[in-house]
Structures are given as C-alpha cells and as structure tokens.
Design a protein around this ligand. Structure first.
Ligand code: FES
Length: 130
C-alpha cells in the first residue's frame, strides 16, 4: 500500500481525507500478523477498533468498508445486528449488550492516521509464535 508508512512502533493507516467524513474504512491486519482493524471518521476525529465482535468473534462489516448503520450513527455487527457507539465502541443493543469493541489508540500526525504497530493483537493462528 503506497500510503502505508511504517515506523518502529506506529503504523500509518491512511490520510484522514481518505475516509469521507461520517464514513468508515476497514484495513488489513498490520504486517499480516494481527486482526484487521477499522476506523470511523467524525470531522477531524477518528475512532478505530479491532474488527472483531465481542459476541461471537465475527468481523463486523457486510461489505467492504460497510461498518455503519444506514444513518451513520452506530457501528453495526451484521452477523446478529449488535449496535455500538462510534465514540466508545460500547454495545448499546444486541446480543453483546454492555460489552465493547476493542479500541485502538489513534493519533493524527500531520493528517496521517496512525495506530500502534501491535494494534489488533495476534490472531489465534500465531499464538505461541516467537
Ligand atoms: S457476532 Fe456480532 S452480533 Fe453476533
């Protein structure tokens, strides 16, 4: 990925203008060793989460970059319709009510959206790998 700038401890997802205001975008697992993550833009704020539902572990979107309700106000898990607050990741309706998405720390650096390189943790496939 061209805009995939790498540093030791941070990973650049994209530039903020690459996500339309009010929309979301999914990203492949960083370095292929972690779970996928996604980000939601609200003006000049960006919220990012691991793409894994706390209910049954499904990835949330129903199609590429489709993480939000029709009105754009909630993150939706399309497997069983759980709804999450964009700002907190807290489930406010559905089978995982009261649980939350795993938040990813986001920093905006000169318009670039950056996250920790270890965002997403390791997948089960790599448990025990050194
Ligand atoms: S896996 Fe997300 S609501 Fe069931």
């Amino acid at each position: 990925m061209e805009d995939d700038v790498k540093h030791d401890h941070v990973h650049t997802l994209c530039r903020i203008e690459d996500i339309p205001d009010g929309a979301a975008r999914g990203f492949a697992p960083i370095d292929g060793r972690h779970r996928a993550i996604f980000a939601v833009r609200r003006g000049q704020r960006v919220f990012a989460y691991v793409n894994r539902c706390p209910h049954a572990g499904a990835e949330l979107e129903y199609a590429q970059d489709q993480f939000l309700s029709a009105d754009g106000r909630r993150i939706i898990c399309f497997a069983h319709n759980a709804q999450f607050e964009v700002e907190t990741g807290r489930c406010v309706a559905g089978p995982c009510l009261g649980q939350a998405l795993e938040a990813v720390a986001v920093a905006l650096v000169d318009g670039a959206i950056t996250v920790p390189r270890d965002a997403g943790g390791q997948t089960d496939l790599f448990v025990g790998r050194t």
